[in-house]
Design a protein around this ligand. Structure first.
Ligand SMILES: Cc1cc2nc3c(=O)[nH]c(=O)nc-3n(C[C@H](O)[C@H](O)[C@H](O)COP(=O)(O)OP(=O)(O)OC[C@H]3O[C@@H](n4cnc5c(N)ncnc54)[C@H](O)[C@@H]3O)c2cc1C
Length: 306
């Protein structure tokens, strides 16, 4: 019996309220607008649903992949023979028990989280307001911008480990580093929710800073085109975009994928780009930058090949 037939049976028996769709194009769930079909895609609305689904998926051999907003993903054109679990329905957000804290489920967007904190007069998440991901994706990637990163504000997270079950880990235990965390090393673990420890601030000051940072993004980034943000990690001592620009690669195109003319650190989908176009362009940029500068660029974008 195929894994998805087993999973369908388990879901209809034990999780009848859970939304699960078949052969769902991942291009609808990624900011790149690229990616073939997920064999099954599920949309849990509560942590308990996700935990149960995840255990069924492991038993069935469904290789579950948990995604947030898909803003750091490049999914293969042939699709993924897996169960993709999308967390947007897990979106509870409230003040925490600790002073100046906020608790957010994995699917809360960073924009909503920052806005909630701002209205509560809590500062610290201004940097995250313009990052288009979710709490789960942001924690996994230790998302950051303008001198802020998740590491500075996450006091702890509730994480599902397939073998050990659900545990609460402190910020230190999350092992945050530049665009890394415990989750990048343990892709089988899932963030269910997180606690953010913030500082009291004036709502207007926080709002002004968020507006200023958003304006800087709009001026410097090609937000008008589909992309997954910065394609490459920042190599030690350099900026990827500057290196790519210095190598004369702005506008370099493979199929529908192009190195943005506005910001060389972004590969954009100019229309009809495939995963193969983007990966070929990534390879071309890496090869030319290495040849000209000796610097090896490493993708920041998560490439999901099957
Ligand atoms: C226009 C644009 C601008 C961007 N600017 C920035 C920026 O300034 N700084 C920055 O750091 N990033 C930036 N990004 C990249 C992206 O928004 C971040 O990496 C973000 O944190 C990804 O969150 P997501 O919810 O979209 O995760 P996804 O892309 O869905 O997933 C990313 C990774 O996280 C994992 N994941 C998702 N949810 C969970 C979960 N609940 N538990 C465990 N693992 C999970 C996925 O499996 C995957 O490995 C930008 C992207 C775009 C398109």
């Amino acid at each position: 019996m195929d894994w998805f037939a087993k999973l369908d049976e388990a879901v209809s028996e034990y999780l009848p309220d859970l939304k699960v769709v078949c052969e769902e194009p991942m291009s609808r769930h990624t900011s790149f607008r690229i990616g073939g079909a997920a064999r099954r895609m599920a949309f849990p609305e509560r942590g308990e649903q996700l935990v149960l689904l995840h255990s069924f998926a492991l038993e069935c051999g469904a290789r579950p992949l948990v995604v947030g907003n898909g803003t750091n993903l490049l999914v293969s054109d042939g699709g993924v023979d897996r169960l993709v679990i999308e967390t947007s329905g897990m979106n509870r957000l409230e003040r925490g028990a600790e002073p100046d804290s906020v608790v957010a489920e994995a699917g809360v967007t960073l924009a909503r989280l920052a806005d909630f904190a701002c209205r509560a007069g809590l500062a610290g998440l201004e940097f995250a307001h313009g990052i288009p991901g979710t709490v789960g994706g942001g924690i996994c990637m230790n998302a950051g911008a303008y001198d802020g990163e998740m590491k500075q504000v996450v006091s702890g997270a509730t994480v599902l480990f397939p073998e050990e079950g659900v545990r609460f880990l402190s910020g230190e235990e999350m092992a945050f580093a530049y665009r890394r965390s415990l989750l990048t090393d343990r892709p089988d673990a899932v963030v269910l929710s997180a606690v953010f420890r913030l500082k009291p601030g004036r709502e207007e000051t926080i709002r002004d800073r968020m507006r200023e940072l958003m304006q800087r993004r709009k001026t410097s980034q090609p937000l008008e085109w589909p992309s997954a943000g910065s394609t490459f990690k920042r190599p030690a001592g350099y900026f990827a975009g500057t290196l790519i620009d210095q190598c004369g690669l702005k506008g370099l195109t493979v199929g529908g994928a192009q190195v943005s003319e506005k910001h060389a650190g972004f590969i954009i989908n100019r229309g009809g780009a495939t995963c193969a176009d983007v990966t070929a362009l990534i390879g071309e940029v890496q090869a030319r930058v290495l040849e000209r500068t000796g610097v090896r660029l490493e993708p920041e974008v998560k490439i999901i090949r099957d």
